[in-house]
Design a protein around this ligand. Structure first.
Ligand SMILES: Nc1nc2c(ncn2[C@@H]2O[C@H](COP(=O)(O)OP(=O)(O)OP(=O)(O)O)[C@@H](O)[C@H]2O)c(=O)[nH]1
Length: 299
């Protein structure tokens, strides 16, 4: 199913509150309940929080065991959700654009009357949901590398600072791996920019597939990547870095174009600042390049 993407939405086209109140269903609900749901939804632009609010409201129509939402910016599950016997799906459409699909689960059947009431609740959510989708999409665009979908340099800077701060506060470890492709420029020069892009996409997939979900992965731009390892992985940081380099070196596209990877690794010490940790990993990366590439150096 194709969902609405924020770039398809003109922010200025959001209808006014007055226009919303002229919707046909508006007069059919008691004023206090309808206003309270809409005003609650207006308190947040977080899709997850909006879903939780709708889940509470829908739970008054029919006890729910699960409520989930599928959108172009990701899937969301209301807190406390679990599977149940009956399922009801509803596609949320605004101005002929599909915003999302809402999936209810309940131990009780979704009778036509229940479905009608849920439809009324959904219609009250449409504008707030559309706005939340726009914001979420803009946030994703600001923080993601457009080619690979990995976090970008801005996202890295924020995450790295937070990770270093948390590690210091909780006396935990924080490891940074900087990874740079070897001989990548020649792919562009000999096979063209789109072949270069294919290699970058393949490398991003290798990194994603090799790392745990808790590790954070970024593309700085060009052929440079950064990985912040979570506390439990820091013990095996060298193994992780070597595995990443090996997986890239063995990828058929990298072999075809004679591209490999080098990495530098550094673990935060008590005296170091984030900037010093970054410099240590960077120096280790240059040492790996100087040592003949295709390898890992540790600060
Ligand atoms: N295809 C493609 N190329 C890019 C992109 N961003 C940067 N580049 C190119 O990536 C290359 C990176 O240059 P270098 O780091 O010198 O490449 P290298 O050959 O790997 O150099 P070594 O690290 O010394 O082995 C440059 O030619 C950039 O033009 C991109 O998004 N797509």
């Amino acid at each position: 199913m194709e969902y609405l993407l924020a770039q398809d939405v003109a922010l200025s086209s959001a209808p006014s509150y007055a226009a919303m109140t002229k919707l046909p269903h508006w007069s059919q609900l008691p004023e206090c309940s309808e206003q309270s749901l809409i005003s609650q939804l207006q308190t947040t632009l977080e899709i997850q929080q909006q879903l939780n609010i709708v889940s509470m409201a829908a739970g008054k129509v029919l006890p729910l065991s699960a409520l989930s939402l599928k959108t172009a910016v990701g899937d969301f599950i209301a807190i406390g959700s679990s599977q149940a016997e009956f399922e009801h799906r509803s596609v949320l459409v605004l101005n002929q654009q599909c915003l999302a699909e809402l999936i209810y689960h309940s131990d009780y059947p979704f009778t036509p009357m229940v479905q009608r009431e849920l439809l009324l609740l959904e219609s009250e959510w449409l504008f707030a949901l559309r706005n939340a989708l726009v914001v979420s999409r803009l946030q994703q665009m600001a923080l993601k590398d457009t080619l690979t979908g990995l976090g970008n340099r801005r996202f890295f800077d924020d995450s790295f600072a937070k990770n270093v701060q948390l590690a210091k506060r909780h006396h935990e470890r924080c490891t940074l791996i900087l990874l740079d492709l070897d001989n990548f420029k020649q792919v562009n020069d000999t096979a063209g920019h789109s072949a270069g892009d294919e290699v970058l996409l393949a490398v991003a997939d290798c990194l994603r597939d090799t790392l745990r979900a808790t590790d954070t992965l970024f593309r700085f731009g060009g052929d440079e990547f950064a990985i912040i390892l979570s506390e439990q992985d820091t013990d095996n940081a060298e193994l992780v870095a070597r595995r990443l380099v090996k997986v890239i070196n063995q990828h058929f596209l990298c072999q075809q174009y004679n591209v490999s990877a080098s990495a530098g690794l550094a673990t935060l010490t008590a005296e170091q600042t984030g900037q010093q940790l970054f410099s240590a990993a960077d120096t280790a990366l240059y040492a790996a390049k100087a040592a003949g590439k295709r390898t890992v150096c540790i600060a």
